[in-house]
Design a protein around this ligand. Structure first.
Ligand code: ZN
Length: 245
């Protein structure tokens, strides 16, 4: 009688193992999906970062240009002050060449400043648009990420719950049929995917885990449930669906 109870417990444990395996598969999907959702946002943030550094460069250049203009204006003023003190023709030529040079320089610098201001203005517009796009992307994507994170947490909790359930059943199995529990545990250690039990439905001729077709005598003995039998294909413990309560 206790063997029948033992197989019933193995049946339950095997189903829980399958559930845990499914949950673990699901768990793997979420981090990838979250990463995928974050991708566009990361790209936009990287764009913003490079735009900010371009802006900083341009603003730096503007500061320098303004300083140069200021210096040129001072020099021009000094040169112009010399005009009233000119006494010779040579001096006249020299001073006016200097004045001309500074005026040309000032004009060139002012043109450069104008272009810089235009560039800065355009970049600022670009930045404003980008920031808007980032906000929109965040509004779209962050709730989705949060939801997936929540599902992920829920799965973790569920897995823990299933594991506890299995522990309880295993304890029960130890009391009912210690040998079954021992075999289950030693098989569990050998299995990397956590699947220790395969199921045989009545009328079916193969292992539910690896689909290996099993000899009729073997199937008959599995349904009879007098002893623990293994799948010849994948090595799982075979349990008849008859032991489903
Ligand atoms: Zn198998």
């Amino acid at each position: 009688m206790s063997k029948k109870e033992g197989f019933k417990l193995l049946y339950k444990i095997g189903k829980i193992d399958l559930e845990i395996k499914d949950l673990k598969e699901k768990k793997k999907i979420y981090p990838k999906e979250i990463e995928e959702l974050q991708k566009r946002l990361n790209e936009l943030n990287a764009l913003l970062e490079s735009l900010n550094s371009e802006l900083a460069k341009l603003e730096n250049e503007r500061e320098e240009t303004l300083k140069k203009i200021e210096n040129t204006e001072e020099n021009l003023k000094k040169a112009e002050e010399k005009v009233s003190k000119i006494t010779t023709n040579d001096e006249y030529d020299l001073v006016f060449t200097e004045i001309d040079n500074y005026r040309t320089m000032k004009k060139t610098l002012n043109n450069h400043l104008k272009k810089l201001n235009e560039k800065i203005e355009n970049k600022l517009k670009e930045k404003e648009e980008l920031e808007k796009e980032i906000e929109e992307e965040k509004a779209k994507v962050l709730p989705q990420i949060e939801e997936k994170q929540k599902s992920l947490d829920e799965i973790e909790v569920l897995i823990e719950k299933k594991k506890e359930e299995r522990e309880k059943l295993l304890e029960e199995l130890k009391e009912t049929e210690i040998e079954f529990a021992r075999i289950y545990e030693s098989t569990y250690k050998q299995k990397k995917d956590g699947i220790v039990i395969g199921f045989i439905s009545e009328g079916s001729n193969h292992c539910s885990n690896c689909f290996t077709v099993l000899p009729i005598q073997h199937l008959y003995n599995v349904h009879k449930g007098n002893e623990i039998l293994f799948c010849e294909g994948c090595g799982v413990i075979l349990v008849s669906e008859k032991f489903k309560e």
